[in-house]
Design a protein around this ligand. Structure first.
Ligand code: LRH
Ligand code: MN
Length: 387
């Protein structure tokens, strides 16, 4: 790929940011409130728009229901458009109601299953109002003790709810099924791994795709293998990017393991799946428990850009030749040369070409926006996970 092509690909990159990253978040031990945090979906969208203003590649904001419920989603979509962004993926939430103690769509009680399905279908109604393409489904459903419930029966219940939701999708709409190894369930999770998500999506149809949340795997899992496999199957719908040292830490993507992020983006570039037409939605799913949230999102977007730039610089021809020749060290060397390339000057040039400040973090800090929202956002209920 010529450098001109690399810069063009970087200018065209699109990363979707999560509304909940701008609200307060934490752990069971403590949720630390920060001054200036949004009190409503409009203020979350205004903060997300700052990330796009300084990076130029983050024009879409994911919503989470009910955390972002409003009376008029059409009006919210206009509010977003006025700030240069649009509403993207609608995230369902069937993990915060007492009724879901023993599960939501997999609950033994049909009344509770109907309630959960009702929420999933309501979220499709919201997609109709916001013009969103993607419905993202993550289920906390699982059990804590062997024998607590029947593994197969829960899969039957899950499949029934997924099929009913799939049938409700409108033209151009997709459902993205997210898996997670454990937490909050600690014995069995009903969608624990990529294989389970993939099997359900295969059975549902072409508009059901898998989401890879980079924090949802057992330690040591080769995530780029899952990426390459699902791309080959045409079943990779999206990423929830973040990073972790231990479990579902939801830290800034690339912060804990930038080499892993590079290897993932290498598989994306190798499959020509960076282009919007590929249908892969590159989203962030993070919680900034202790750090300032807007700068953390800007840094996260920059981390994805850096990993992507390095992946675009891989000499594909030399790599293929070394691989074909069985030149183990040669092939590894080609990849490491790209990874060890300092791409910051290239990205600074790309930002300049986009009419942006080459240093988004410094430009945001100079803007005074952080100080302004602290001064303006006094009173009211700060946004959070509402747990
Ligand atoms: C679950 C998850 C899911 C979201 C939530 C905010 O751990 O990754 O994607 O609904 O975080
Ligand atoms: Mn996620």
């Amino acid at each position: 790929m010529t450098e001109t092509d690399v810069r063009a690909a970087l200018r065209a990159q699109r990363i979707e940011v999560p509304s909940w990253a701008y609200g307060n978040s934490g752990t069971r031990f403590k949720v630390f409130a920060q001054p200036g945090v949004p009190r409503n979906p409009e203020e979350k969208i205004a903060d997300a728009a700052q990330v796009h203003a300084y990076t130029g590649v983050a024009p879409v904001v994911s919503l989470h229901i009910p955390w972002d419920r409003v009376d008029d989603f059409g009006k919210l979509a206009s509010y977003a458009a006025e700030r240069g962004v649009r509403i993207g993926t609608i995230n369902t939430n069937v993990f915060q109601d007492d009724d879901y103690r023993l599960g939501s769509v997999t609950n033994p009680d049909p009344r509770i299953r109907r309630k959960a399905l009702g929420h999933l279908l309501e979220c499709v109604d919201i997609m109709d109002a916001t013009g969103s393409r993607d419905l993202k489904l993550w289920f906390s459903d699982g059990t804590n003790y062997p024998g607590q419930d029947d593994i197969r029966a829960r899969q039957d219940r899950l499949a029934e709810a997924l099929a009913a939701t799939y049938d409700r999708l409108g033209p151009g709409q997709r459902m993205l099924l997210e898996y997670k190894l454990f937490e909050p369930a600690f014995y069995l999770t009903d969608v624990p791994d990529w294989g389970t998500a993939y099997a359900h999506c295969l059975r549902l149809g072409e508009r059901a795709q898998v989401v890879i949340d980079t924090g949802h795997h057992a330690p040591g899992t080769n995530i780029e293998f899952i990426v390459a496999f699902l791309l080959r199957e045409g079943k990779l719908g999206a990423f929830d990017f973040n990073s972790r040292f231990y479990a579902d830490d939801d830290l800034m993507v690339g912060a804990a393991d930038p080499f892993q992020l590079f290897r993932i983006m290498h598989e994306i570039v190798r499959a020509d799946a960076l282009r919007a037409e590929s249908g892969v939605n590159f989203m962030l799913d993070q919680c900034h428990n202790i750090e300032p949230k807007i700068p953390a999102q800007i840094r996260s977007v920059m981390n994805v850009q850096e990993a992507t730039a390095k992946a675009l610089l891989v000499d594909a021809g030399a790599l293929a030749a070394a691989q074909a020749a069985g030149d183990v060290l040669g092939a590894n060397g080609v990849l490491m040369d790209a990874y060890n390339t300092d791409v910051r000057p290239l990205l600074a040039q790309v930002r300049t070409e986009m009419g942006l400040d080459p240093d988004p973090m410094a430009a945001y800090a100079r803007s005074g926006y952080a100080e302004r929202i602290v001064a303006e956002r006094v009173g009211g209920q700060q946004a959070g996970w509402g747990a």
